[in-house]
Design a binder for this molecule. Structure first.
Ligand SMILES: [Cu+2]
Length: 116
């Protein structure tokens, strides 16, 4: 049984499910940045945002090659699985200075949102 059929079965039984649910809308005023996860890392790997700005990063893994299956944002204590071809949002607020780094599960791929 594939996951969408499990979702339908659970929905039929009255369980609320997160299956195929679109992500919640980004926080008010958030800038959305799309990041693609490929065989050699993130594209773009470095993006900029303003201090204090709300940012939604949307990660989409496009390949099973490499090791982008997990996403880690150490400063947010975020660790998420990235299913293939499925956009996964991460919302954050930029610090006053510096950057918010993100990596793969083993910290081989590196990227960051850098305060302008
Ligand atoms: Cu890795």
């Amino acid at each position: 049984m594939n996951s969408s059929r499990i979702c339908l079965a659970l929905a039929a039984l009255g369980f609320a499910t997160a299956c195929n649910k679109p992500p919640p809308p980004p926080p008010d005023g958030a800038m959305t940045i799309q990041v693609t996860v490929g065989a050699s890392g993130y594209t773009p790997a470095r993006v900029t945002a303003k201090a204090g700005e709300k940012v939604r990063l949307v990660f989409t893994r496009k390949t099973d090659e490499g090791c982008g299956q997990q996403l880690v944002v150490p400063s947010l204590e975020v660790r998420k699985d990235l299913p293939l071809d499925t956009p996964v949002p991460v919302d954050l607020t930029m610090p006053a200075k510096g950057e918010v780094a993100f990596t793969c599960g083993m910290a081989m791929y590196e990227g960051a949102v850098v305060v302008q």
